[in-house]
Design a protein around this ligand. Sequence first.
Ligand code: TEU
Ligand code: CA
Length: 606
Amino acid sequence: MALDVPERGLARSQRGGYTSRMSYLRVARSRLGILLALALVGTTPSRSQTTTNGYQPKWWKEAVVYQVYPRSFKDSNGDGIGDLKGITAELDYIHGIGVNVIWLSPHYDSPNADNGYDIRDYRKVMTEFGTMGDFDELLRGVKQRHMRLVLDLVVNHTSDEHKWFVESRKSKDNPYRDYYIWRPSKNGKEPNNWTSFFSGSAWKLDPATGEYYLHLFAEKQPDLNWDNPKVRHEVYDLMKFWLDKGVDGFRMDVIPFVSKDQTFPDLPKGAEAHPEFIYAAGPHLHEYLQEMNREVLSKYDGMTVGEAFGTTLDKTPLLADERRQELNMIFNFDAVRINQDNGHYRSWTLPEFKAIYTRQDRALDVHTWNTIFLSNHDNPRVVSAFGDDSAAYRVTSAKLLATMLLTLKGTPFIYQGDELGMTNYPFQGIEDFDDIAVKNAWKEYVVSQKVSAADFIANMRKTSRDNARTPMQWEASPNGGFTTAAKAWLAVNPNYREINAKQEVGDPNSIYRYFGQMNELRRKTPAFVYGEYSDLDPQNPKVYAYTRKLGEEKYLIVLNCSGEAVAYSVPGGVKPGQWVIANLARTEEHGSVLNLRPWEARIYKF
Ligand code: TEU
Ligand code: CA
């Protein structure tokens, strides 16, 4: 039934800004809508929603999300590992960035083969992170500050220590056998040539029954069999368990991979380098997501964002067009991975980068919402990858990236530490890394294929996920104030003496404070959320200049994405009084030429 997405969480979404002005009306309208729809069962319900620039307003379209990677956020008990109490203690710090949603990377019981993305018990908190009581306290603290909490839903696979898998591997007739994907060998080898993202075959021979199980990630992350309805209902139940506690939705880990072609053909020739495009194209994906929506999501006012690795832009509406009732939005990898191909660093140009956002804008209509992100726990630090992390330009370029992130079209995601301008880590050798992806790749490339260790490390210094996983830098004390232990689980970046939260919270010119200003500006500027996007100068190799227009309001965002001064001509010019914000001291310029300093970002309003 084409009932509008339930608005019953609206009472919670009245956070000021332009949402609140409309919310009474919307509550009234949605109740009326339900009555009307009930009265009109069998006829086509009419949709008389107020739209903004064609978009249906939703709280999650207007939100700014902050991702917390609990292991590296803050250690409260001196064991060297971040924990839930540590997050609760710093909620004011997070609130001070001006964000309104927190996405928590996995906090569930896990043996940590992949830092919590290998779950042993979906209803238990990881012992190192605390207790369910600590979780409830965190959730309360988030709500008290009028923020929302979104969890990581990792259900393409579990840990091999999950009780389902412990049972499943015991025998071919175990009741849990069909919870996972088991196949006999083919001609004495693996069932097909699928590869794992963490090196080697995606199949592992299990001695107990002499069959192979599928694992698209680590051996300790067996893939669940979503074609088994019991598995799907287990997932729906655990989702309800957390939603009923009051969490506000999910980020869904590699969600397009859940449906597999159970005939398991080999990867076609040419597809081997990027198997994600095959893995994301399973036959029942949309059927399962629509079922999940019907059974769970449609009953809550949560938000969902699918990590859609392997989903091409043309397929995005299949997952996120609101009329299809699957997910609210997805992460598209084109921008964040512009600088690497399959883990290998590649150089890129600004016109290539800008073209991605224009393509996204053209491919997605008013029914499909987008996300904007340039970093997370799987990618290098944003300022190192997209800005300039040298002493001269780190602060300015990090602020430029904040300006961009918060004014492009889509819900922005900020990764912890990026609000401080934290940088990549100066890795020297393999012993500096923790990530299973790096360790397995070392065995594959350096040990087996004799790739030079120096080349391997040089590449990982630019691309490794551990760059983003080093602990948060809270202050200038040992270990950056992350822990009182002698050693953190992963070394703190030695630049913590200059780059840390204590310094930045107290400095009105810091990156942290600039994020706060930009978020405040965004909150009162619907044009940055719903406004039309237009790239003014796609071929310019140094300047990214675009407009966001909503009704009579038009904003110009000019970003000098280079370390050189650039004289940039604005069509029509700018006048005194049109300046809104900049990442460097304001210069009184008007006329048609803007003299932009290196990494300068400015916003004007027309
Ligand atoms: O990531 C999956 C993913 O698509 C990649 O970013 C992947 O991490 C990378 O290609 C490997 O080098 C998700 C999680 O975000 C990641 O942390 C997990 O390791 C992975 O799924 C498995 O759960
Ligand atoms: Ca701890």
